[in-house]
Every structure is written in structure tokens, then in C-alpha cells.
Design a protein around this ligand. Structure first.
Ligand code: FES
Ligand code: FE2
Length: 365
């Protein structure tokens, strides 16, 4: 698991009147909405004696700890200590980490790390959200395998014939075709490529067929460590775009958010069909990925036999090595050995300006 990336923390509709506890990167965070409607993300551990802020309540723009009632603002600064005489100042260390947030495309993203704004890796943007002629849905699942396995699955487009036999590829072509990768591109943050499908016959028991020319092609890639996409050109006019945000809950569990945009089957009346189609496909992946051993991506490729078609997976793993070399990787083995006895915080940008914090930062490799 890595600090210094944007993660999807929740859907917009999940963040309501009450503070919401969200576990990410093996740590607990609290999300809450201030009276202006802005969402804040704080470390969930009160600087006083460690109570969970998400068990507290909102007092105007402040979140009040459920224990002796310290109140914090969205920047993580404590603004009120009930027992402090009015003449006393609130100690400088009375604060918790606060993480930059962006609410967009029906989701709340949090930047979990300490990089200043101009150095942060890009977020996967939903290009068509709200555009004329496009419809969108948002879904989420909790998965019992590590997020990197989900990204690798997307980078391995060859699994589609076998794991999703009724999805895009007609019977005659399944499992018996070369799948060249076109326009294979690697950058500091992304790996992307194109593939072509034999034609655009969709199994309408899963996803309703659409009429059109036979030029189906798919643009696949990952953006950063945990986001990936699949843009499917079903016909000359029809496009289906899948945006995945695989947020690590901890080293073995993942919360997967999926935004799907489409310029066919318009409007809410077709949403349910799309939701069921995605559910079907994701569960087909889950059935296979949940059985991969080892659970976590191996540190090197020695215990696997990668071949040329695994180029997408290999490129992603190269990026992961580079991000590890930057010192962004959480030392999960150290956390596991600690058995949760210590408390940690993912470092926030404010830690670059001051080292005066109550909670220690998570150990990094
Ligand atoms: S633990 Fe939060 S106010 Fe004491
Ligand atoms: Fe799949």
C-alpha cells in the first residue's frame, strides 16, 4: 500500500449528516461535511487520548470527539477543549492530520500523503460526466483481495475471453485468437494500450445489444497505483467507459468504486440493466482473482511465469517499483508484526511544515 496517491474514500451519497468512518491503507479516517457542504477527511484518532472521532458528532463546522469533547475543524486543528480555562491557549499539538479532498463525479477523493499540491500524481478523471447525451452510474463493492490484484486483472485483457465469455467476444473467437496490444504507452504514472475485439456482438442476456459497425476496440490502462479504466468503442457511435478506483482497505481487502458512462441506453430507465451487467462481470472477476496465490503481488516475478502477453501487468509492476523507490510504500510487514498495538497516521501535507504531532507516521519501506 502506498501513500501519496489520490484514493476514492466514499461516494457522495455516503457522506451525509453523520461523521463517516472509512478504513483505507490499514488506517481509520473520518469524513464529514461542514455547513458549507465541503467534505473533510481527518485521521480518526483524537490527539487527546485516542478516541475515534467518527464516533463523535458534528457541532456546526467542527467535529466533536465522543470522549471529553475536543472539537476539531476541517483543517484538523482543535478549536475547543471544554475543560480548558478561557485564559489558556489550545496547545499547538492539539491537532490531527487533515487530507486534501475533492468531491467529483459522485465520489469523494482524498489525497492520502504529504506531498504539496504541485507534486501530486494525477487522478483518473471521468471525462464524460454530465455531458449531453451521456448517462452515468456509480457502484461499489468490498472485495476480499488486495487492490493491486484488481489493477493487474485489468491490465491483463487476455482474461476477458475466458472469464467473461459472453462479454464482447462472440463464441467463435473465444480463447482462440491473438490479441495484439496497440499504442502501448508508458509514462511516469500511467500505462495504456489499445486492443481490438473481433466484432461488437454483445450477449444481450447480460448487456443489451446495440446496433452499429464492427469496429469494437478497447482502450485500457492504469493511472497511478490504484485507478484503472476500460473505454470500449462498441460501434462507430457507441461508447462505454468504465472508471475503476480500487481503494485499499488494508493489505488484503479492497473497496472498488466503479463509474460507468455510456452514450447509449440513455437515462435512468436503463441504469438498472447497466448495474446488473457490471455486477455480473465484476463477480466473474472476483471468482478468479480471489483464488490467486499468493494473495498479494509477489515482490519479484520468480514465482510466476510471465510471458509476452503479460506486458501490461509487467509495466504496472515496474511503476510500483519506482513508487517504492520514492519511499511511498507502507511497511505492511512492520504493521502486521505490531498486531495493531501501536497507533499511526498517514502523514498529511501539514507535516512538511511542522514535526510537532502527537501520532507517529505510518512506517514506510
Ligand atoms: S480522546 Fe478525544 S477529547 Fe479526549
Ligand atoms: Fe475481468
Amino acid at each position: 500500500m502506498f501513500i501519496n496517491f489520490w484514493y476514492c474514500a466514499a461516494t457522495t451519497e455516503n457522506v451525509g449528516e453523520q461523521p463517516l468512518q472509512v478504513r483505507m491503507l490499514g488506517q481509520d479516517f473520518v469524513l464529514f461535511r461542514d455547513s458549507a457542504g465541503s467534505v473533510h477527511c481527518l485521521n480518526d484518532v483524537c490527539a487527546h487520548r485516542g478516541a475515534s472521532l467518527s464516533h463523535g458528532k458534528l457541532q456546526g463546522n467542527l467535529i466533536q470527539c465522543p470522549y471529553p469533547g475536543w472539537r476539531y475543524d476541517g483543517s484538523g486543528a482543535c478549536q475547543h477543549i471544554p475543560t480548558l480555562p478561557e485564559s489558556s491557549r489550545i496547545p499547538a499539538r492539539a491537532r490531527v492530520d487533515s487530507y486534501p479532498t475533492i468531491e467529483k463525479h459522485g465520489m469523494v477523493f482524498a489525497f492520502l500523503g504529504d506531498l504539496p499540491e504541485d507534486q501530486r500524481p494525477p487522478r483518473l478523471e471521468v471525462n464524460e460526466w454530465g455531458d449531453d447525451g451521456w448517462s452515468s452510474i456509480v457502484q461499489q463493492w468490498e472485495l476480499g483481495y488486495p487492490y493491486m490484484r484488481a489493477v493487474e486483472n485489468a491490465m491483463d485483457v487476455f482474461h476477458n475471453d475466458f472469464v467473461h465469455p459472453e462479454f464482447m467476444v462472440p463464441d467463435a473467437a473465444q480463447g482462440n485468437r491473438e490479441v495484439p496490444l496497440f499504442d502501448f504507452t508508458e509514462t511516469e504514472w500511467n500505462t495504456t494500450f489499445m486492443t481490438r475485439l473481433p466484432n461488437n456482438e454483445l450477449d444481450d442476456s447480460v448487456i443489451p445489444s446495440v446496433e452499429g459497425d464492427s469496429i469494437a476496440q478497447v482502450n485500457t490502462g492504469h493511472i497511478g497505483v490504484s485507478s484503472y479504466f476500460s473505454f470500449v468503442q462498441i460501434s462507430a457511435e457507441q461508447r462505454l467507459c468504465l472508471y475503476f478506483y480500487a481503494t485499499p482497505i488494508d493489505r488484503l481487502h479492497t473497496r472498488l468504486f466503479l463509474v460507468t458512462t455510456r452514450n447509449f441506453m440513455p437515462g435512468e430507465k436503463h441504469d438498472q440493466e447497466m448495474i446488473q451487467g457490471n455486477e455480473h462481470v465484476v463477480m466473474q472477476d472476483v471468482a478468479v482473482i480471489g483464488g490467486i496465490r499468493p494473495y498479494t503481488t509477489p515482490a519479484n516475478n520468480v514465482t510466476e511465469l510471465l510471458i509476452a502477453e503479460d506486458r501490461g501487468v509487467a509495466a504496472y509492476r515496474e511503476r510500483v517499483k519506482e513508487w517504492t523507490a520514492k519511499g511511498w510504500r507502507i511497511d505492511s510487514a512492520a504493521l502486521a508484526a505490531d498486531e495493531g498495538l501501536s497507533v499511526y497516521a498517514v502523514p498529511s501535507p501539514a507535516r512538511k511544515e511542522s514535526s510537532n504531532w502527537v501520532i507517529n507516521p505510518v512506517p514506510l519501506i
